[in-house]
Design a protein around this ligand. Structure first.
Ligand code: ATP
Ligand code: MG
Length: 364
């Protein structure tokens, strides 16, 4: 990935422009962490970049930065810029292209995110990011309070990056957050959710939860139950406890999982019908929240007499034949009844026993 990135830099440089890898990729590479995508800063304009990379992979332009995909790797190529007049404590009103890397770095959020790499792989450290990286500390570029005031998403980025790297927040960052955290009330729930998701999926997620609580961000983020979280297996675990589906945006799949976890939470532990109906994943999350033993849940699930309708020893036609009736809606009630009795071991899962039960109970 690095070789590919250096090739992209050389390509831009060969057209007479400056270009550097910047941000997450450089930071993560020094820390020996894999990056998903690569950010490049350049003095070439988006139009000039598009001309260079117009080789079949159609570059797309978005907010003045060009996205190029090479060998499956996403490059986000952004022209050196100054950001002017932040609106709503989030987006700049205007951007101004500049010709100077240093000035571009000044608009970035944290010192560790302003490290660069040139086409030969040399690290360029104009803002002291390297020492902060070595000391495992998050510091803003410039005055923390002002930088959070400009763009309050940086508050959550600070917590998220500290969580995923297991870094400390600098004292000035903590103070800056305390003074500006009320601005998070205005940040879109979509933005908040995506940063929180990244905190929850981190291996170090409980450190992130502690930071959020220590800073009082649970109040600003309207996460009243954050303090109830003891450990997090998956982001669904956290969101099921937090119970904020009325405010935060979720995909329909997430909503379904959260709803089902909460249903299982209100049922008895290891209930066969809950295991059957909601499956192992939802039951494991609910069990995790209740502090149940994961192995016991997995074993109880494995020990179910049936796991789906297709495990039943009879088919529809067996029932209709035995009852001498045409198939209709009544069948689903009969199925529910059979499944219930088999799950609770009141009825054996073999054709003879099931048909005997059906005929005795349902034959007119
Ligand atoms: P990751 O890709 O792992 O989330 P990253 O640091 O690369 O981490 P990106 O969101 O890809 O984060 O942003 C790329 C770079 O752009 C950052 O490293 C930082 O220099 C700058 N940046 C991103 N968001 C902001 C922001 N809200 N304010 C200031 N600079 C930012
Ligand atoms: Mg990035």
């Amino acid at each position: 990935m690095l070789q590919l990135a250096l090739k992209v830099l050389k390509e831009i440089n060969s057209h007479g422009y400056e270009a550097y890898i910047v941000g997450g990729f450089v930071r993560d590479r020094i820390l020996n962490i894999e990056s998903k995508d690569i950010d490049i800063a350049t003095n070439a304009t988006p139009k000039q970049i598009k001309e260079i990379f117009d080789d079949g992979f159609l570059p797309t332009e978005d907010y003045g930065s060009v996205r190029v995909i090479k060998n499956g790797v996403l490059f986000e190529i952004t022209t050196f810029r100054r950001e002017i007049n932040y609106v709503d404590h989030r987006r700049p009103d205007k951007i101004l292209y500049v010709n100077d890397l240093y000035e571009d770095l000044l608009r970035r959020d944290f010192t560790i995110n302003a490290l660069c790499m040139d086409e030969d792989g040399n690290i360029i450290d104009l803002l002291g990011g390297r020492i902060d990286l070595d000391n495992k500390i998050i510091k803003t570029i410039g005055n923390a309070e002002e930088r959070f005031e400009e763009d309050c998403l940086r508050i959550l980025r600070a917590v998220r990056i500290a969580t995923s790297l297991n870094f400390k927040l600098d004292e000035s960052v903590i103070e800056g957050i305390k003074k500006t955290k009320h601005l998070l009330r205005k940040l879109s729930y979509y933005r908040k959710k995506s940063e929180l998701d990244r905190i929850f999926v981190s291996n170090n997620n409980m450190y992130g939860v502690k930071l959020l609580l220590d800073l009082g961000l649970d109040v600003e983020l309207e996460l009243d139950r954050l303090k109830d979280i003891k450990h997090i297996d998956s982001s669904i675990t956290a969101w099921s406890i937090l119970n904020v589906t009325d405010k935060y945006p979720f995909s329909s799949n997430e909503l379904e999982l959260i709803k089902n976890v909460n249903k299982v939470l209100s049922l008895n532990n290891f209930d066969p019908m809950a295991l059957y109906k909601y499956g192992l994943y939802v039951n494991s999350i609910a069990g995790d929240i209740k502090g149940l033993n994961k192995k016991e849940i997995t074993e109880s699930y494995a020990a179910l007499t049936i796991h789906s309708k297709s495990d039943l020893a009879i088919e529809c036609s067996d029932i209709t034949k035995a009852l001498d009736k045409k198939p209709d809606k009544y069948l689903s009630d009969i199925y529910d009844d059979i499944i219930y009795n088999i799950l609770y071991r009141k009825l054996a899962n073999n054709k003879e026993d099931i048909l005997k039960y059906v005929v005795e109970k349902y034959k007119d």
